[in-house]
Design a protein around this ligand. Structure first.
Ligand code: GAP
Length: 456
C-alpha cells in the first residue's frame, strides 16, 4: 500500500488535500491521471448499468435534500458508530475497531492496554455532516450532506416511474459524492469523509426479489473480474444476521484482498461493494413520512404493490484503489527494474503515448501529426521529455498500454513502432493503420497478464 501511495504522489494521481496548509487528515485530491482513471471507472460502471441495458435509467439528485429524507431513511436516528475517547491522549476510536488500531501516540500499543490508553464508555456518534441552509442559523435551518446517494433515488421514485415509462423490474442508477463524518478514516482513499458512490436501486415485484438479488451479486462480481481484478483477490461474503443494516433482509459484500500495510502482516479482506435486499423498507418509509403513495399499479392485472429493492452499492474511490493495487507490479528487465501498472486498457488514464525518438531531425513534427490524428479518437499524450527508456518507464508506471515511437525510419517508410506495456512486444505499424489498429486493441477482450495466486 505504501508503494501505491508513493506512486500516486510521484505521478500525480492522488495527493493529500490542502497540503500547503499541512493537510486536513484523510482528505485527498485527485490529479490529472487520477481524475482520468476514476472517470474511466465511473464510465465503465455507467456502461454496465445503463449503456448496455434498457431497464435502468440515470439520475443525478441533490446532495442537500429535505431533512425529513433522513428521518424517514433512519439515518437521523440510527446512522451511528460507537465512539470511545482516550482520556490520556485525547484520540477517538471506533469501539468496534479497537482490536485493529494502534494508538497514534504509541503505535506499538493497542488502545485499551492498561498503560496506554484509558478509554471512556462507548457512546453513539451520528456520522452525518450537519450544516445550515440560508442565513439564519436556527434549528429549522439544519440540513445534512447526504451520507449515501441511494435516498435521492427513493425520493424520486414517483418522478422516474412517471417520466421514464418503466415498470418493475427496472432500476435507477446514480453516481455522486457522499459524506460521512467517519471516526477513523484511513487506509489512503479506502475510507474518507468525502467520497464517491456508484449506486443502483433495482425495483422488482416482491416475489422476484430473491432471484434478482442473486442476479446482481453475480453481475457485480463479473464487472470487477472483467476489468482485470484477479479472481483470487476477490470474494463474496454474505452478512451474518447480526451485522445486517436496519433496512436489509440479506446483504453480500464483494471483498478485495488488500495488501498488508506493512509486511509481514497478512493481507486484509475489505469491502468494495455491498449488494443488499432492501425489501420495501425505503419506499414504505418515504410514503409514510411524505404522505405520497410510492407504489406500482399494474394496469393489465389490476395489481397494486410496493416494489422491493435490490441495491448494488459501490464506492468509486475504493474501486479505483483496488484496480490500482491489483495492477501494480514490479519486475526485473535487462535494463534494470521496472514498475508497471497493468491496468485494463479501458481503465488506463492514457491509452497511447506518442514519443519522438529525438527532439530534432523532423521527429517532433511527424510525432505531432500522429498525435493530432490519435487524440481525437482516444486519450493520447505527447511526451518528448527525457531518454526514450525513461519515457517508457514513466508510461509503464501510469499504466499506458501502448507507446508509439517515431524514429528515422518513420520519416522514410511511414511506419512507427508500437510498444505494448505488458508483453513489451514491439512491432511496426503503418501510420495510416495506427488509429484503427489501436481502436481494435482497445475493444478486443482483454486477458489479464497478471499471474494468478499471490503472496498476500
Ligand atoms: N446505500 C447503501 C450504502 O451506502 P455502504 O456499504 O455504506 O452502503 C456503499 O456504502 C459503498 O460505498 C461501500 O461498499 C464503499 O465502497 C463505499 N464507501 C462507504 N463509505 C465510504 C468511505 N467512508 N470512504 C470511501 N468509500 C466508502
Amino acid at each position: 500500500m505504501e508503494k501505491i501511495v508513493a506512486l500516486c504522489k510521484r505521478r500525480g494521481f492522488i495527493f493529500p488535500s490542502s497540503e500547503i496548509y499541512g493537510g486536513v487528515g484523510s482528505t485527498y485530491d485527485y490529479g490529472h491521471y487520477g481524475v482520468l482513471l476514476k472517470n474511466n471507472v465511473k464510465a465503465a460502471w455507467w456502461r454496465a448499468m445503463v449503456g448496455e441495458r434498457d431497464d435502468i435509467v440515470a439520475l443525478d439528485s441533490a446532495i442537500i435534500q429535505h431533512p425529513k429524507t433522513w428521518e424517514a431513511s433512519g439515518h437521523l436516528a440510527g446512522f451511528t458508530d460507537p465512539l470511545v475517547d482516550c482520556r490520556k491522549c485525547g484520540h477517538r476510536f471506533r469501539a468496534d475497531h479497537l482490536a485493529d488500531l494502534a494508538c497514534p501516540e504509541k503505535p506499538s500499543k493497542h488502545p485499551g492496554e492498561a498503560e496506554n490508553c484509558s478509554l471512556t464508555e462507548s457512546r453513539d456518534f451520528n456520522l452525518m455532516f450537519e450544516t445550515t441552509a440560508g442565513p439564519v442559523k436556527d434549528s429549522g435551518a439544519t440540513v445534512y450532506l447526504r451520507p449515501e446517494t441511494a435516498q435521492g433515488i427513493f425520493v424520486n421514485f414517483k418522478n422516474v416511474l412517471q417520466f421514464a415509462r418503466k415498470k418493475p423490474p427496472f432500476g435507477i442508477a446514480q453516481v455522486g459524492k457522499s459524506f460521512r463524518n467517519e471516526i477513523t478514516p484511513g487506509n489512503f482513499v479506502f475510507r474518507t469523509r468525502e467520497f464517491e458512490q456508484m449506486e443502483m436501486e433495482f425495483f422488482v415485484p416482491p416475489a422476484d426479489a430473491g432471484q434478482w438479488f442473486a442476479h446482481w451479486i453475480a453481475e457485480r462480481e463479473r464487472w470487477y473480474l472483467e476489468l482485470g481484478i484477479r479472481a483470487d483477490h476477490l470474494r463474496l461474503r454474505p452478512h451474518e444476521p447480526d451485522e445486517l443494516s436496519h433496512y436489509s433482509s440479506a446483504t453480500s459484500d464483494i471483498e478485495y484482498l488488500f495488501p498488508a500495510s506493512s509486511s509481514p502482516e497478512p493481507g486484509r479482506w475489505s469491502e468494495l461493494e455491498g449488494i443488499a435486499n432492501r425489501g420495501d423498507f425505503d419506499l414504505t418509509a418515504h410514503s409514510q413520512h411524505s404522505g405520497e403513495k410510492l407504489e406500482y399499479f399494474d394496469q393489465p392485472t389490476g395489481e397494486r404493490y410496493v416494489p422491493h429493492v435490490i441495491e448494488p452499492a459501490a464506492g468509486a474511490d475504493r474501486a479505483t484503489l483496488a484496480f490500482m493495487v491489483d495492477a501494480y507490479d514490479e519486475e526485473q528487465l535487462e535494463g534494470g527494474p521496472r514498475t508497471v501498472l497493468r491496468l485494463h486498457p479501458a481503465l488506463a488514464p492514457i491509452k497511447v503515448a506518442v514519443l519522438p525518438l529525438l527532439r530534432k531531425d523532423g521527429h517532433p513534427e511527424l510525432a505531432r501529426e500522429v498525435y493530432a490524428g490519435l487524440r481525437r479518437r482516444m486519450q493520447t499524450e505527447y511526451d518528448d521529455g527525457g531518454s526514450i527508456g525513461k519515457r517508457y518507464r514513466r508510461h509503464d508506471e501510469i499504466g499506458t498500454p501502448w507507446c508509439v515511437t517515431i524514429d528515422h525510419a518513420s520519416l522514410s517508410d511511414g511506419t512507427v513502432t508500437v510498444r505494448e506495456r505488458d508483453s513489451l512486444d514491439q512491432r511496426r505499424v503503418a501510420i495510416d493503420a495506427l488509429a484503427p489498429e489501436l481502436e481494435r486493441r482497445l475493444t478486443e477482450p482483454w486477458r489479464t497478464p497478471k499471474p494468478a495466486g499471490s503472496a498476500r
